[in-house]
Design a protein around this ligand. Structure first.
Ligand code: OGA
Ligand code: MN
Length: 281
């Protein structure tokens, strides 16, 4: 398929979240296709690339064109033989989950607890619930930043947040070595996108514990105000999955939130690759 056959269709009025049709990610060496997808990703914040059938090796190869891949700390939830792929799945084997059955059930941006959080994440839907449940919400944090009052922008200027991984999980137990790898990281509350130059709010949901050097109650109140501002319909897009979708989001200027589904009756099975990003500034 030649790259000129690729179409990019924005799916919201603001241009946040676009659909890419006519791409074939099995061919990571197609430079024209790569350029188009990269441009769409930067322009729209989140893209869904439709109708993909790639293997794990092909997904890894395509993802790597954006930068080095991060290996998730939950090593038991990685695809055997391909640790670059995190399984987001409620499938079980020998009575144990093969992957993360409930990844991201709250607003967050991937790996914000790391010094170099994820640039972007590719989530490839291999199986989705037949009742159509299990949507993912995305929030445009650049538009949310731009809509703040000048007074609020000034107040936030220079503030840093403390991001710490939640060291507990209902389905898994983290080892001491895994905990030691995750002491947490400080990042600016407003970050500037290294490629577009656009400013965005950089919040972490439950991972962002507090604003540094701020009284606990003031920090909590400020964060509540910011979340209430961001999570309005103006900035949030709801993605309904179709099998074969690859959603590629930019963690530097978006947040996302996985909606629950009927996991007793349906399988939801996805392969995630994660591109490592820069230190946020
Ligand atoms: C993730 C994540 C959302 C979903 O994989 O990082 O948050 O809907 N997934 O599964
Ligand atoms: Mn996530």
């Amino acid at each position: 398929m030649s790259a000129c056959a690729i179409q990019v269709n924005p799916l919201s009025d603001s241009g946040f979240f676009a659909e890419v049709v006519g791409a074939d990610l099995r061919d990571p060496g197609d430079d024209a296709q790569f350029d188009k997808i990269k441009a769409a990703h930067l322009a729209h914040g989140v893209i869904v690339i439709r109708d993909q059938t790639m293997t794990p090796v092909q997904q890894i190869a395509f993802s790597k064109r954006f930068g080095p891949l991060a290996i998730h700390v939950l090593e038991d939830q990685l695809l055997a033989g391909h640790p670059e792929i995190l399984l987001v799945s409620n499938k079980t084997k020998d009575g144990k989950y093969v992957g993360l059955p409930d990844a991201g059930r709250y607003w967050h941006t991937d790996q914000s607890y790391e010094p170099k959080p994820a640039l972007g994440s590719f989530l490839f839907a291999k199986e989705i619930p037949a009742d159509g449940s299990g949507d993912t919400l995305f929030c445009d944090m650049a538009a949310a930043y731009e809509a703040l009052s000048n007074e609020m922008k000034q107040r936030l200027n220079g503030l840093q947040g403390m991001h710490i991984y939640n060291h507990s999980h209902k389905a898994f137990h983290l080892s001491d070595a895994q905990r030691d790898r995750l002491p947490g990281s400080q990042h600016p509350i407003i970050r500037t996108h290294p490629e577009t130059g656009r400013k965005a709010l950089y919040l972490g949901g439950k991972i962002l514990k507090y604003v540094i050097d701020m009284d606990e109650a003031d920090s909590a109140a400020l964060l509540d105000t910011l979340y209430a501002h961001c999570m309005s319909d103006a900035f949030v897009y709801r993605h309904k999955w179709t099998q074969g979708d690859v959603v590629f989001w930019d963690n530097r200027c978006t947040m996302h939130f996985a909606q629950p589904y009927d996991d007793a009756n349906y399988t939801r099975h996805m392969h995630r690759t994660t591109v490592q990003g820069d230190v946020p500034v």
